[in-house]
Design a protein around this ligand. Structure first.
Ligand SMILES: NC(=O)c1ccc[n+]([C@@H]2O[C@H](COP(=O)([O-])OP(=O)(O)OC[C@H]3O[C@@H](n4cnc5c(N)ncnc54)[C@H](O)[C@@H]3O)[C@@H](O)[C@H]2O)c1
Length: 287
C-alpha cells in the first residue's frame, strides 16, 4: 500500500539522521511531505538535514539525542507527541562500525559498539512500543547490516551487534503483529557514507580493508533509503538492499558448510580484500 495512504499522519522519527542513510531516509520522507524528527547526537549535522528536509517539501524538527541513553529516547517520544500529537514510524538507524582480530578488540570497544549498535535499538523500541500499542498502529524499522548475516572475518564486534539487532527484530516481528505494528530489519552491504569517521580498529590493516570495500561500493544511501521505504509499503520484513547481500544470505541458509568453506579459503589466501571484492562483484551479477 502507498506509504501516505498507509500512514495519513505522515510522521517519522529517524535516529542518526544527520548523515548517510539516516539523512537519505529523511529526504525520501520529505519528498512525500512527511514530518521528520531528526534524533541526532551531532547538532550541526542535524540542522543541515532539517534545512534539506524543508527544501524537499517536508517538515523537520531536530532533537538532540544520544541513542546510548534510554532517557534520550523517552525524551524524543515526548517531544514528537507534543509537536505532532502522534507518531507513525520509528527508524532506529544510528550506528557505528568497528573491526579487528577477535582477541585484539579491547573490552571497552566491545562495550562501546554494543551500546551504539544494539542497546540503541533496544532503547528506541522500549520507548516507542508502549505508545504504538496504545495507538494501535505504528511501524519500527531497525537498521542492522548484512554483517549480521555474513559474519566476515576481523569484524566480530560489528557482526555480533548487528546479528543481535536482527534477532531482536525477528522476535518483534512476531510479537508486534497482533497490535498492528509493522516491523522490518534493514541489512545493507557496503555503501558510501560517513561511517568511517567513527570507525574503530586496533590496527591499520582493518581500516585499509574497510576503505577498500567502501571505496568499491557502487550503491548509494539514496538507493538504500528508497528500497527501505518500498519495503515498509509492502510490509516486507528482511530488507536486504543489495544483490551481493541477498546472495550471501541465501548461500548461508541453503549451504552453511559450503558458505564457511568458501570464505575460509578466500581468507586463507592472504588476499582477502582483492578476492572478496571479486566475489562481491560476481554475487552482484547473479539473481
Ligand atoms: N554505510 C554502510 O555501508 C552500512 C552498511 C550496513 C549497515 N549500515 C548501518 O547504517 C546505519 C547508518 O550508518 P551510515 O552508514 O549512514 O553512517 P553515518 O556515519 O554516515 O551516519 C550515522 C549517524 O549516526 C549518528 N550517531 C552516531 N552516534 C550517535 C549517538 N550516540 N546518538 C545519536 N546519533 C548518533 C552520527 O552522528 C551520524 O549522523 C548504521 O547503523 C550502520 O551500521 C551502514
Amino acid at each position: 500500500m502507498d506509504l501516505n495512504k498507509k500512514f495519513p499522519g505522515r510522521r517519522v522519527v529517524i535516529t542518526g539522521a544527520g548523515s548517510g542513510l539516516g539523512r537519505a531516509l529523511a529526504l525520501e520522507f520529505a519528498k512525500r511531505n512527511w514530518s521528520v524528527a531528526i534524533a541526532e547526537i551531532n547538532d550541526e549535522r542535524a540542522k543541515e538535514t532539517a534545512e534539506m528536509v524543508k527544501k524537499e517539501g517536508g517538515k523537520a524538527i531536530t532533537i538532540h539525542c544520544d541513542v546510548t541513553k534510554p532517557a534520550d529516547l523517552d525524551h524524543v517520544l515526548k517531544k514528537v507527541l507534543k509537536e505532532w500529537n502522534g507518531v507513525d514510524i520509528l527508524i532506529n538507524n544510528a550506528g557505528v562500525a568497528s573491526a579487528g582480530w577477535f582477541e585484539k578488540i579491547p573490552l571497552e570497544k566491545w562495550d562501546w559498539i554494543i551500546g551504539l549498535n544494539t542497546n540503541s535499538i533496544i532503547h528506541g523500541c522500549r520507548s516507542f512500543i508502549p505508545y504504538f500499542k496504545e495507538q494501535k498502529s505504528g511501524y519500527i524499522v531497525n537498521v542492522a547490516s548484512n554483517a549480521g548475516i555474513a559474519s566476515l572475518p576481523e569484524m566480530a564486534s560489528y557482526n555480533a551487534t548487528k546479528a543481535a539487532a536482527i534477532s531482536l527484530t525477528e522476535t518483534l516481528r512476531i510479537e508486534m503483529a497482533m497490535f498492528n505494528i509493522g516491523v522490518s530489519v534493514v541489512c545493507p552491504t557496503f555503501f558510501k557514507t560517513n561511517l568511517m569517521d567513527q570507525f574503530s580498529s586496533p590496527d591499520d590493516r582493518q581500516r585499509k580493508l574497510a576503505d577498500t570495500f567502501f571505496g568499491n561500493a557502487t550503491v548509494t544511501s539514496e538507493r538504500v533509503a528508497r528500497h527501505t521505504i518500498q519495503s515498509i509499503e509492502k510490509n516486507r520484513f528482511y530488507v536486504i538492499t543489495q544483490k551481493d547481500g541477498r546472495n550471501m544470505w541465501r548461500m548461508k541458509r541453503l549451504t552453511p558448510e559450503l558458505y564457511f568453506k568458501i570464505f575460509g579459503i578466500i581468507y586463507k589466501t592472504g588476499y582477502f580484500d582483492r578476492h572478496l571484492t571479486k566475489l562481491l562483484k560476481i554475487l552482484n551479477l547473479v539473481g
